[in-house]
Write a protein of this length. Structure first.
Length: 149
């Protein structure tokens, strides 16, 4: 007999966790790219393409050497799951703490005196890397859906 706490636990299948993880990374990446674009567009500077290009270059490194490892670790945890798991288990609790620190750092950076064109490099790099890395979640989801069909 389920306990009262388990009764209210939002349980979902592994496929939903993969979708949520991929969509979360795409949405956060899109938000960061939107910030970056607005800063570069408002700067009215001819070097905006240089700043954006530096961000794209940074994104390749962040994607390859950082985020793919995180995605692979999460996939290694999610894919073997059987049955219904908590809706929020697409990330570990430690990852939620890291996200909180990153959000706080992002707010501090946006309100700092650092020129936005410099921040646009970082925001483009992280935003694009998140979107590129989310493809691995979505590919894993498609693979799971094909197996079950």
């Amino acid at each position: 007999m389920p306990t009262k706490r388990e009764k209210f636990k939002p349980g979902v299948d592994r496929d939903v966790l993969l979708l949520l993880a991929g969509l979360m990374w795409v949405c956060v990446g899109t938000m960061l790219l939107t910030f970056s674009y607005s800063w570069l567009h408002a700067s009215q500077e001819g070097a905006s393409l240089v700043w954006a290009g530096a961000g794209v270059f940074l994104a390749m490194g962040i994607h390859h050497f950082g985020f793919l490892r995180v995605v692979d670790k999460n996939l290694g945890r999610i894919l073997p799951m059987e049955g219904k798991k908590c809706l929020f288990s697409f990330m570990t609790w430690q990852s939620y703490l890291i996200v909180g620190v990153m959000v706080a750092l992002g707010v501090l950076l946006r309100h700092s005196p650092i020129p936005k064109r410099y921040l646009s490099i970082l925001y483009t790099g992280i935003g694009l890397a998140l979107i590129l890395s989310s493809v691995r979640y979505l590919r894993a989801l498609l693979s799971q859906l094909r197996r079950s069909a």
